[in-house]
Design a binder for this molecule. Structure first.
Ligand code: CP
Ligand code: NVA
Length: 303
């Protein structure tokens, strides 16, 4: 039994296995091949925060594989009335085969996993978004054919998605540059772990400098869920970090643009970049489905 709470819970080999399986599952879905490897398996999905992609891709992943997913809004559960996480974890473990949780605080997911006897999957926390990163790596491989000789440049906020990408890059051996305003760098604990993993991670404050030679440009919202009160301040702080055509033109000509979505056009990224031929954002979004199917098969498809 294994959890996916941080992307660093996986080894490089495990990540590669998941990506290989995800490629196979994608090809099979396109051919209309149906497998029921998760028949009679249930996934509980607890959401403390809203979601479009994570919710739908996990739900469809389970149903495509012959299993079942339950959407559980935090406030619809007794959790919302104060039932302890540890009791919820113990009880749900007796009903379902895995639990996916999206929570404000990473510690909520860690606490849940401590008491769960079934695999727990982080569906986003303030610290990490590992499921997103599996889809991102799958997308980079699809378009670039490799992960190891790639320079990925993160532009904008050093947030949860950035944190997980730093760890994944360190595990996989991909060069990653992050370009964030001072004070909005990735989490210190993440950078320390990346260093222990011998990651090739570099900070370049100026986004114009950072994107030179980039194969992949990745950005995400300036205001993550839960930071709405900082909106005005953040819009000012991040104004030089927009991924627009001027910035894209400084990267390699065949650079691809990633965004985990939802996007705020005109803030962290322009409409023109999203609609440009460099953008592979919707393929990236689709790959959530295939990558999570592979993850679910690895975690609960064994018996
Ligand atoms: N990228 C992502 O996780 O999207 P949702 O918030 O819609 O799930
Ligand atoms: N950084 C964003 C990602 C949304 C999928 C957030 O946490 O809101």
């Amino acid at each position: 039994m294994k959890h996916l709470i941080s992307i660093s819970d996986l080894t490089r080999e495990e990540i590669e296995e998941i990506l290989d399986l995800a490629d196979e599952l994608k090809a099979e879905r396109y051919k209309g091949i149906v497998t029921e490897h998760l028949r009679n398996k249930s996934l509980a999905m607890i959401f403390e925060l809203p979601s479009t992609r994570t919710r739908v891709s996990f739900e469809v992943a389970m149903s495509d594989l012959g299993g079942h997913a339950l959407y559980l809004g935090w406030n619809d559960l007794q959790l919302g009335r104060g039932e302890p996480i540890k009791d919820t974890a113990r009880v749900l473990s007796r009903y379902v085969h895995a639990v996916m949780i999206r929570a404000r605080d990473h510690s909520t997911i860690e606490e849940f996993a401590k008491y769960s006897t079934v695999p727990v999957i982080n569906g986003l926390s303030n610290l990490e978004h590992p499921c997103q990163i599996l889809a991102d790596l799958m997308t980079i491989r699809e378009y670039k054919g490799t992960l190891s000789k790639i320079k990925l440049v993160w532009v904008g906020d050093g947030n949860n998605v950035c944190n997980s990408m730093i760890l994944a890059s360190s595990l996989i051996g991909m060069k990653m540059v992050y370009s964030t305003p001072p004070g909005y760098e990735p989490d210190r604990r993440i950078l320390e772990l990346a260093e222990k993993l011998n990651g090739d991670i570099e900070y370049v404050r100026d986004p114009d400098e950072a994107v030179k030679g980039a194969d992949v440009i990745y950005t995400d919202v300036w205001i993550s869920m839960g930071q709405e009160e900082e909106r005005e301040k953040r819009l000012k702080v991040f104004s030089e970090y927009q991924v627009n055509m001027n910035l894209l033109n400084l990267a390699n000509e065949d650079a691809i643009v990633l965004h985990c979505l939802p996007a705020h056009r005109g803030e962290e990224i322009t409409d023109e970049v999203i609609e440009s031929s460099n953008s592979v954002i919707y393929e990236q979004s689709e790959n959530r489905l295939h990558a999570q199917k592979a993850l679910l098969l690895k975690l609960i498809g064994g018996e």
